[in-house]
Design a binder for this molecule. Sequence first.
Ligand SMILES: C[S@@+](CC[C@H](N)C(=O)[O-])C[C@H]1O[C@@H](n2cnc3c(N)ncnc32)[C@H](O)[C@@H]1O
Length: 289
Amino acid sequence: MSVTISQSPVERTTHSYAGSLYLLPSDEEERQRLLAQHQLYTRLFSGRLIFPPISFSEKDDVLDIGTGAGAWLCDARAQLPEPVQLYGIDIESRLFPKYPTISANVHLSICSSTSLPSYWSSKFTLVHQRLLIASYTRDQWRCTIDEIYRVLVPGGFAQLIEIGPEYPSGPKTARHILFLDEFLASRGMLMRCAVYVADMLKAAGFVDVMSEEVVMNMGKWAGEDGVQGKDATIGAWRGMRDSVMRAGGMGHYASAEEFDKTMDEISEEWDSTEGTHATVRVIYGRKPI
Ligand SMILES: C[S@@+](CC[C@H](N)C(=O)[O-])C[C@H]1O[C@@H](n2cnc3c(N)ncnc32)[C@H](O)[C@@H]1O
């Protein structure tokens, strides 16, 4: 008689920043996911990393909030005049790029967007923030946008990029999205933050608020970019597993194994359903002079 011993999946490493509700891990697998996702998003936006009409001068400073693996920051550096100083903050340093990828004009520190240094008031020409969807409560969104406003120079721009509001509609995906809506809402978070950012910017005092959107195809049917889109998105969803199970699965998932299996099934659904896509939205606005 053979006995099969099944082991629960190993929990992934997460941040330890006090008070943060951030749902995704901060391990090497996540770092690799972020780097690949950055390459894909850069292609989706035809190589554009900076969207507002800014002509940078040598004295300008740029801030990247939730910089993670610093991929946007390092690539944006190459598009800016050499003396521009780039700052990246994150609640977790484990994902930060290592020397020699970063250079003398790149400064990384551990800090929360909800409480930026007081001496950064009116410092930055551009503040960029991408994919903080699994980070903030509604109040933290408002607080972060107020902080961005404070640290921008008059005339400076905020630029935020978020996935959504369109998501795939296959039956297995739709069930999980309903779950995510409920799970994030139970923590006061906004699954559809892409819809709200423009209004939050206007409410904080930003003017000339603009949005642009691209379609991200997901699944093998869409070739290499479809596979990348699927891996980036399902990789983020898979990364939420431990947070979901710590919350008891919310009556939707009885075990980590069941969660993983559902992610496999959703992945197959995307591979086999032509037209599967999500949208990605960039929203930017100017602090008045
Ligand atoms: C999904 S990752 C995106 C990383 C990067 N912006 C990108 O697009 O590749 C979100 C990042 O935000 C960081 N984060 C979460 N809450 C934060 C906060 N309150 N302040 C600063 N960073 C935060 C996380 O640690 C993580 O590195």
